[in-house]
Design a protein around this ligand. Sequence first.
Ligand code: NAP
Length: 242
Amino acid sequence: MSESPVAIVTGAATGIGAACARRLAAEGFQVGIHYRSSAEKAEKLLSEIPGAFGLRADLSNAEEIDAMIKEIKSGPGRVDVLVNNAGYNENAPMLTMKLDAYDAVAGLARGTWYLTKLVLRRFMLRKGSGRIVNISSVVGSTGNPGQIPYTMVKAGLDAFTKSLAQELAGREILVNSVAPGFIETEMTGELPEEIQAGILARIPQGRMGTPEEVADVVCFLASRASYVNGCVLHVNGGLYGG
Ligand code: NAP
C-alpha cells in the first residue's frame, strides 16, 4: 500500500482537473490521474508529476468504474481524497435538446454517484477518514438558459454533497462542493466571442478565473479543512455569493 496519501482526480487530463492534480501533488499526495478520451494529455501530465498513476474509465459505464476500483486496490491500495471533477455539458434550448444529450449529461452524474459509493465502501470507511470534493458550478445555483440538463446535474451534485455529508456525520469523512464561476478552460474557450464578452460584463472582478484559483480551494478542502462540511464554496469573482 502507498505510504503517501492518495488523491484521485476524475477528468484530470485537462482544465480544472489537471490544475487540481498538480496542486495536490505539490501538497504531497500521490495523485491518480483519471481520464476518459484525453489519453495523450493524461500521459503528458503523468510524465510531469512524480509518482502519479493513470486510470482510464468512462464514468457513464459502471463496469469501467468497477475495473478502475480494482486497479486502485491492486495498485496504491488506498484513497484518501476523491475529487469528482469530470463534467460534461450539452448546449441547446429545452425544446430542441435531444434525449440522448440529456442521457450523456445525466449518465456521468450517475457514474459520479457510483464511483463515490465504491470509494467510500472499499477505502474511506475502512480507514475511517477521507475527503470528497465535488466540482459543481455556479449555474447549478443560478440556472442558465440552454444548459438545463447540466444545471440539473450541478444542482443535484450540490444536494449530493449536503446529503452525503450528513449521512457520514461523525466518521471523519468530509464532503464539500466547489462551484466555479467562469474559468478559462477549453469548456469556456469554445463559447462564441459575444457570449464570452457578455459573461465578462457580469463578473464583478472583470475577468474569468484560472484553473489554479479553483485548484487552490479544492486543495484546501482536501488537505487542511477540518470543520468545513456539507458546504458549497463559490469561486467566481463575485458573480454569485450563495
Ligand atoms: P474540461 O477540460 O472539458 O474537463 C472535463 C473533464 O471531464 C474532461 O477531462 C473529460 O475527460 C471528463 N469527462 C467528461 N465526460 C466523461 C465521462 N463520461 N467519463 C469520464 N470522464 C469524463 O472542462 P473543465 O472546465 O476543466 O471542467 C472541469 C469541471 O469543472 C467540470 O465538472 C465542469 O462542469 C466544472 N466547471 C467548469 C467551469 C468552467 O468555466 N470551465 C465552470 C463551472 C464548472 P476526457 O477529456 O479524458 O474525455
